[in-house]
Design a protein around this ligand. Structure first.
Ligand SMILES: *Cc1c(COP(=O)(O)O)cnc(C)c1O
Length: 225
């Protein structure tokens, strides 16, 4: 019989628990974000039925097409934006999402702050760090991280929960996870959003508090040709 999203979820939860144990961390320390980008409501519903409540999407517009109805049915769903945010989408993002992992420049920090105040909403915020200094990738350079975190706190009045990174695809991820952990520690930040389907156990070993797992739960994504 074909494995379902519920089977995959159960196995990912087991692997997270084992990795927590292996790293000497408390059970339940790590939050699983099920990344449902490119999947529609009928594919997502079985994961909700299996008890998953925290989901990640990387595009505001795509999320707007499926999540308002699902959130209406399940009031306790928590939605995380894990993809780049444009400032003209800040209003929609703050209205729909409960957390944003990709704060990475002054303009976005200001726009998110203004929208949270206007809408009376408080989102959980992560700053994305471009740990590999890849020119095509979003995120604050590792060398600018301390200054940007300080500006978010003191100039923009934001409460920052933690840091997020996406290691370069062609490099071993562990040094990037270690770097993110180091930047978080020296800035007194407790949350680390790192680790995907292929490397979440390594991320947990390096202190990840939020892992973002997509294809290992929902299957591979078919991108339009
Ligand atoms: C798509 C995506 C993920 C999930 O990736 P998988 O390899 O499918 O687990 C995690 N984080 C971000 C930022 C993503 O865009």
């Amino acid at each position: 019989m074909a494995e379902t999203a519920a089977d995959h979820l159960a196995s990912i939860r087991d692997r997270i628990a084992a990795a927590e144990h292996e790293a000497g961390r408390a059970q339940g320390d790590v939050t699983l974000i099920a990344v449902s980008k490119m999947f529609d409501a009928p594919d997502i519903q079985p994961a909700i039925d299996a008890g998953q409540r925290i989901f990640g999407e990387n595009r505001v517009q795509e999320a707007q097409g499926k999540w308002p109805a699902l959130k209406e049915k399940h009031a306790d769903i928590e939605l995380h934006l894990i993809g780049p945010l444009q400032s003209n989408k800040a209003r929609d993002a703050v209205a729909l999402f409960d957390a944003i992992h990709t704060i990475d420049r002054d303009k976005i920090a200001r726009a998110v702050k203004a929208e949270m105040e206007a809408q009376g909403r408080e989102l959980k915020l992560f700053i994305q760090i471009n740990t590999g200094d890849e020119p095509q990738k979003a995120g604050v350079g590792a060398r600018e991280a301390d200054a940007f975190i300080a500006r978010c706190r003191h100039d923009f009045g934001l409460t920052i929960a933690g840091l997020m990174c996406i290691p370069p695809v062609d490099e071993t991820p562990a040094p990037h996870f270690a770097l993110l952990e180091k930047i978080a520690r020296r800035n007194d930040l407790s949350c680390l959003s790192m680790g995907m389907s292929g490397d979440f156990e390594t991320a947990i070993d390096h202190g990840a508090t939020h892992v973002r797992v997509g294809s290992a739960i929902f299957g591979s994504r078919s991108y339009p040709a």
